[in-house]
Write a protein that binds this ligand. Structure first.
Ligand code: MG
Length: 327
């Protein structure tokens, strides 16, 4: 082996995939580095109708910009800058993207105006008259309700928002219904973070990353599973909330669910794939700290590619599974 081969072998060792995951990945799948140069990437979403055949849009939170990667051409660049430190995002059923703004302490909707320019409007910024903390991640259910988490990272993490105080006294998980009603659906989190539904939307998984801001040994670094129930008021509420999985290294920040109900989770040094039971099925090693992931376009294996935001970069690996999210 020459030096180049040794270097390649070293890189392979860094980006290894547990053998147990082979059935869930495209044959020979390896993690690819696609885009670097950010400070802390987060909030990836696949937008099949944008650009040339679709784009992955993602945040560089401290860089205060929204970036894109276009799989069909390999092009990447800045979608918008000066965006008030956006974080997580999801497709909006009516067209566009719902996203979390740390800087404006709100959840907002970004759509394309008639002249092709972005039009950004507020969906919600306060709860019972008090400002939200710094909405972090968001999902939209089949009925058009927006579920989001509201930890405090944007109030104290350098470069991730603006210094500020908690105003309503907690860090809640919220549901915003299409009629504008906002309700706290879980109020016992240290720092709620990533969230995603099971394929039938009967369960909502929510990560708690309390250990990031409170390094006490018993602070949260886990994913909880809630049952979604319809109340007498006809609105959806959460019950249960048992811990599904404790993350051994780092935290589960953001994650996505596939059509079989598995969770594809960020962690300190890998993407973790969890069974619906919470059992760890395997790890995809990543050479930077992983923040989040999303499924992208179809690949030749019949599955969808998984895009991974990790520290400075965007990565990709070809899977053999389908996303739980509608196309
Ligand atoms: Mg997050």
């Amino acid at each position: 082996m020459g030096d180049d081969d040794d270097a390649a072998a070293g890189a392979g060792a860094q980006t290894g995939v547990d053998e147990a995951l082979a059935p869930l990945l495209a044959p020979g799948a390896r993690l690819e580095h696609l885009v670097g140069g950010s400070t802390w990437t987060e909030g990836p979403v696949w937008l099949p109708d944008e650009g040339n055949g679709g784009v992955v849009r993602f945040s560089d939170i401290p860089g205060d910009r929204i970036l894109f990667f276009e799989p069909a051409t390999g092009a990447s660049g800045v979608h918008r800058s000066g965006v008030e430190h956006t974080n997580g995002r999801a497709r909006w059923p009516g067209g566009g993207v719902v996203q979390c703004s740390h800087g404006l302490r709100r959840v907002e909707l970004e759509q394309t105006g008639p002249d092709g320019e972005p039009v950004v409007t507020e969906l919600v910024s306060s709860y019972r008259g008090a400002r939200l903390n710094s909405p972090n991640d968001v999902v939209v259910d089949a009925a058009g309700s927006v579920w989001f988490t509201d930890p405090t990272y944007g109030l104290f993490q350098p470069g991730e928002g603006h210094p500020g105080e908690r105003e309503y006294g907690g860090c809640h998980v919220f549901r915003l219904d299409p009629d504008g009603q906002l309700e706290a659906v879980a109020t016992d989190f240290e720092q709620p973070n990533g969230l995603a539904f099971s394929p039938d939307e009967a369960r909502l998984y929510v990560a708690d990353t309390g250990v990031i801001s409170d390094r006490a040994g018993d602070s949260a670094h886990h994913v909880r599973a809630f049952d979604v129930v319809v109340g007498d008021d006809g609105r959806r509420h959460l019950t249960g909330g048992a811990v599904l999985h404790v993350c051994e290294r780092g935290v589960v920040d953001g994650f996505r669910v596939d059509a079989e109900g598995r969770l594809w989770c960020s962690s300190e040094d890998a993407v973790l794939v969890l069974a619906p039971s919470g059992a760890l099925l395997g790890r995809i090693a990543v050479p930077e700290k992983v923040s989040n992931a999303c499924f992208g376009p179809d690949n030749a294996s019949g599955g969808q590619d998984l895009y991974v935001t990790a520290s400075t970069s965007l990565y990709r690996i070809a899977t053999a599974v389908r996303s739980a999210e509608p196309r």
